[in-house]
Design a protein around this ligand. Sequence first.
Ligand code: ADP
Length: 328
Amino acid sequence: MKRVFSGVKPTGHLTLGNYIGAMRRWVTVDQHQADALFCIVDLHALTVEHDPARVCRLSRQAGTLLLAAGLDPELCTVFVQSHVDEHARLSYLLECVATDGEMRRMIQYREKAALERGRGGSVRLSLLTYPVLMAADILAYGTDEVPVGDDQAQHVELTRDLAVRFNQRYGHAFVVPRATHPEVGARVMNLQDPTSKMGKSDDVGPGIVYLLDEPDVVRKKVMRAVTDSGQDVVYDREARPGVANLLEILAACTGGNPEGLSGVYESYGALKKDTAEAVIEVLRPVQQRHKELCTDPGYVEGVLRDGAERARAMARPTVDAAYRAIGL
Ligand code: ADP
């Protein structure tokens, strides 16, 4: 059975982008068709300014939301990254095969470093080495496939490079994984700025739909989405990014295709209205289950604890073998 690994960062509340771009596939496809692990990557949350208590709270909340979204601990492994030491152990070995040049070329690093500097802060070394830790997350499990949004494509490509390089230098230690992206909704954009992605790590904003937003809040955010001065609904990501984003969200939520849907609408208002309702319908069962799970935090804790145990047992042989291969 193929091995699938993916994760979310507890840097903010999970968004519609996380759901459409990644989580939904984990729930509907991956956990049924693969030996799948889903990780709350809390070590990655330390790469930027953070409040320790908030990271801890958001990790538990992400765990609850992953289960609410439909991950079933009987079918897959859900766990917290820092509970399994093998990630950090392997990350160091991979730092010994990665180069600083390839780290500095990473688009996310450049963007986030610029943001930190713009705020007058300094850039943590861990922000630079973040993709190496992500490579360790993936390679520790002999992962075949990494289902992620488009924004992670470059990091998975780097993971492949590091795996191949390590294998060539030190003997076969790692499976070389590949990224998979959803056909529709691989890059959900911010509703207020459709040229930038809807990212939970960004400041709370009216352009981001969170999985726990109440229906009225979703309606307000979608109805106020930035479009353009045109009238007709056409699907053109370059010239009409706002409208294209709404069409993609609607298509992702209803199972249609954005281009086909563009012919159905005669006004932006009608498109927004249907998009809002479609999002509300997708979020409704997740929110309902979330409410139920919140009454039993011990259950979620237990799932994460068991998940870490299972994950550790899977990762340890691979990481131990890599240590031996490199001469330790
Ligand atoms: P964020 O950028 O929200 O902090 P994470 O790094 O935690 O996201 O990513 C979790 C998963 O969600 C990844 O697979 C990522 O590619 C996906 N993802 C995040 N934002 C979006 C988006 N706006 N559109 C599509 N997929 C996304």
